[in-house]
Design a protein around this ligand. Structure first.
Ligand SMILES: *Cc1c(COP(=O)(O)O)cnc(C)c1O
Length: 356
């Protein structure tokens, strides 16, 4: 008999974004004359910038000539892209990350969702509440939670993020082995200070735990005192994996390119307490189950780091930040309390009801 993975039956409802889309379409059908401004879904609206597009086109042409054609690429991604990332995203900010600690992928959704495969099923998982739903759902699918009860899954540690703590949870007294953090946060727009991240790194080192740091929105940070990477914190190389994506930075949501950083010192433990390199395990997983990002897309992503690319990307992000300012000021003038929007595209609005 073909039995199913019954953990899927625990999933609370359909995936959040498809749920939003269904509600929107039902409302539109019922109210065809109402104009709807959609503030609820995160996607980019600006096209690829000229620098990316030019590199993309050129690389497509490379695929058409025998001398420049590429077949299967290197499993971790092309060196040209990993070197550009290491230099611009990390070395330039004083972070010690080398190109071979970077894994190119087709998205941070997949990476943040798949990474849990390399952890034991009895790891205790901590997630901020609210946060991007992928972290919780993929752990539910894997069987690391109990049932959905009173609005939460049993067996998960929820890190309360409220206006009282500025939507940045502190390490809690409840022990966790894997801690997901997302700053700038989706959906609250909160950012974490250096001291707040230091507290989490200390917690992870003291407890042999691991931080999964989702920095999908780091390009929106404008305040110089806010860290862009968890590796700006001393000790993070031992206890943190970072996820980055070109999706929100450079409008790659449809083009698909992202990367995950696993420093060589980043450790996990076997049941007998032996230390192992997570880099080696993820490398094994990535090279077995993932086929790589296409060569033209990796060339387009590389162009984000050219002088022209940097300038264009900054202009696009300024545009989204300005939209955020407009939303915040309009909603504030309507009498709502709003958070976020300064170093993030997200505005978190107190609507007096649950967000789901
Ligand atoms: C959009 C987003 C991602 C990932 O996007 P990809 O398009 O899969 O790279 C990751 N984390 C958060 C918090 C996001 O909002």
């Amino acid at each position: 008999m073909i039995r199913i993975n019954e953990n899927y039956s625990k999933l609370k409802a359909s995936y959040l974004f498809s749920d939003i889309a269904k509600r929107v379409s039902a409302f539109q059908q019922a109210n065809p004359d109402n104009k709807l401004i959609k503030l609820g879904i995160g996607d980019v609206t600006k096209p690829l910038t000229p620098a990316c597009l030019e590199a993309f086109h050129r690389a497509v042409d490379d695929m058409a000539a025998e001398e420049t054609f590429r077949g299967y690429g290197p499993e971790q991604g092309y060196g040209f892209l990993r070197e550009a990332i290491a230099a611009n995203d990390f070395a330039a900010r004083g972070c010690d990350i080398s190109a071979d600690e970077i894994f190119i992928s087709d998205g941070s959704k997949c990476d943040t969702g798949n990474i849990q495969e390399i952890f034991s099923n009895d790891c205790v998982i901590a997630v901020p509440d609210p946060v991007y739903p992928v972290y919780v759902d993929t752990n539910v699918m894997a069987g690391r939670t109990g049932n959905w009860k009173d609005g939460r899954y049993e067996g998960l540690v929820y890190l309360e993020s409220t206006n009282e703590n500025g939507f940045v949870p502190e390490p809690s007294s409840e022990k966790a082995d894997v801690i997901y953090l997302c700053f700038p946060n989706n959906p609250t727009g909160a950012t974490a200070t250096k001291a707040q991240l230091e507290a989490w790194v200390k917690y992870a080192l003291d407890n042999d735990a691991l931080i999964l740091f989702d920095a999908a929105y780091e390009a929106f940070i404008r305040d110089d005192s806010i860290p862009h990477s968890i590796y700006e914190i001393e000790g993070a190389r031992k206890c943190a994996i970072e996820f980055r994506s070109f999706s929100k930075t450079a409008g790659f949501t449809g083009t698909r390119c992202a990367f995950t950083v696993i420093p060589k010192e980043c450790r996990g433990f076997t049941s007998s307490g032996e230390r192992v390199e997570l880099h080696a395990i993820w490398n094994r997983r990535h090279s077995t189950k993932f086929n790589g990002v296409s060569y033209p897309v990796q060339r387009a992503a590389e162009a984000v780091y050219s002088d022209q690319g940097k300038k264009e990307v900054k202009e696009i992000i300024d545009y989204y930040l300005n939209n955020a300012r407009i939303i915040r000021s309009e909603m504030t003038s309507l009498g709502y309390t709003c958070y976020g929007g300064d170093n993030s595209p997200y505005i978190w609005i107190e609507a007096g009801m649950d967000s789901l």
